[in-house]
Write a protein that binds this ligand. Structure first.
Ligand code: ZN
Length: 82
């Protein structure tokens, strides 16, 4: 994963709206699964899905792949690698 310098993220059209609003966290597009039922708000990060075709934890419907703009996760480097 490339680490881009702050300011580079502005390439995203949606994030561009955030430029003038510095109080909001920086958002980046994240692949997610969302419930195909529009009335159901369940969704999970793709990276947290336990299966390739996850089912909704709430209503057990199938889920659709989507993109969501979320605050960036700060990942700590694992130091346990040997
Ligand atoms: Zn659901």
């Amino acid at each position: 994963m490339k680490i881009l310098p702050i300011g580079y993220v502005k390439a995203c059209r949606r994030c561009k709206r955030m430029e003038s609003d510095l109080t909001k966290p920086e958002l980046s597009p994240v692949p997610i699964w969302r419930c195909k039922d529009n009335d159901c708000k369940a969704w999970i990060r793709e990276e947290l899905a336990t299966s390739l075709t996850p089912e909704c934890p709430l209503c057990k419907s199938s889920m659709l792949k989507s993109i969501r703009h979320l605050p960036k996760l700060v990942k700590k480097n694992s130091r346990k690698k040997k």
